[in-house]
Write a protein that binds this ligand. Structure first.
Ligand code: ZN
Length: 343
């Protein structure tokens, strides 16, 4: 069987990173009789008193551009390690963690789910108490249908356990951390989603999310990201980021801000209608120059998140700065609930 090119690329990046980059194989998964590693790559200062940023891609095997964006950023940083003093200065004040290929089996098979037929973003132990859309919100009928959550009562799939391990060892212990998980396929616009996916109740750190949204809009003013809670689009059971965020709030007073970048792939389809006939094409730009443009377009965003994490003390609202942010956030994202809260 053909070796997966993305795993080769990751191995190459790790080999060129030298002493400034560490990597670890968290576990292996079986796919078509082949063992595939799930790897994490680390860069920067391991001191737990410093902030951390995690970059994730390839949760959904079909959405290859998500994995490619994370690999492109990792390659960019790795090549700069050789000469860029500014990058080395940056890395003294932050820890960076990368998992570009969370679901290598799904990437190999060209499926959204992992090789067990489980949708990793429906697999966490989080139940929505509100009405979720049929199928897409997660289902327990079986892997023959999409958005399968896995059998009830089973532990999470190995891929999700690997991500949880990174969360617990690298992100949860820090006073400030954020994550960016890269996907594609929802609508025509590029969206940044934050929890919750399982409920329309706002998260604890709504003020912080609002401050980050304002910072992003001011800094990348020529970009058009729609920044919103996922629940504004649809509700789902089993979202892993909801699960990890809830466990961070339950265990610590730390600020953990998980975000999902949903690259709007339907624009690519509009420009090249033949993609309608290709499942991979629905979720990925097929023409090379378009792919290059997508990779280029999102690198400033990933760089922005690293800088925002390093400088979080300068923009994170504290004490009396929080209520105004929360009020604005409620009016902006939760207008139905805002009136009740202001009374
Ligand atoms: Zn996805």
């Amino acid at each position: 069987m053909q070796q997966q090119p993305y795993l080769d690329e990751l191995a190459q990046i790790i080999a060129t990173g030298g002493a400034d980059l560490q990597s670890r194989t968290l576990c292996e998964v079986q796919c078509l009789g082949q063992r595939m590693p799930i790897q994490a790559v680390f860069m920067g200062n391991p001191d737990p008193s410093l902030p951390a940023v995690g970059f994730f891609g390839g949760f959904h095997g079909l959405e290859r551009i998500g994995a490619e964006v994370v690999l492109a950023y990792l390659r960019n940083l790795t090549s700069r390690l050789k000469w860029d003093t500014t990058l080395h200065k940056q890395l003294e004040s932050v820890r960076l963690v990368f998992m570009p290929l969370v679901n290598p089996g799904g990437i190999q098979l060209g499926t959204r789910a992992n090789p067990n037929g489980v949708d990793l973003m429906r697999n966490a132990p989080v139940e929505s108490l509100e009405k979720v859309p049929w199928l897409i919100g997660g289902q327990r009928h079986g892997p023959q249908l999409p958005w399968f959550r896995g059998a009830a009562g089973q532990p999470m799939e190995r891929e999700n356990q690997a991500v949880s391990e990174i969360f617990e060892t690298e992100l949860l212990p820090r006073r400030f951390s954020l994550t960016v998980d890269c996907h594609s396929g929802f609508g025509v616009k590029d969206r940044i989603w934050f929890p919750y996916a399982h409920t329309r109740i706002p998260i604890e750190h709504l003020a912080e999310m609002h401050a980050l949204k304002e910072l992003l809009q001011e800094t990348l003013c020529n970009y058009r990201y729609i920044f919103e809670p996922q629940s504004r689009q649809y509700l789902a059971h089993g979202d892993l980021w909801d699960h990890l965020y809830l466990s961070s709030v339950a265990q610590t007073d730390h600020v953990f801000m998980p975000m999902t970048l949903e690259m709007g792939s339907w624009t690519w389809v509009k420009k090249n209608p033949r993609q309608f006939f290709s499942l991979l094409g629905m979720f990925n730009p097929l023409i090379e120059h378009r792919q290059q443009r997508v990779l280029r377009r999102h690198l400033p965003l990933l760089e922005f998140f690293v800088r925002a994490a390093i400088s979080h003390e300068r923009w994170l609202p504290h004490g009396p700065e929080r209520p105004p942010h929360r009020l604005q956030a409620m009016a902006h994202w939760y207008p139905d609930q805002a009136a009740g809260e202001a009374l």
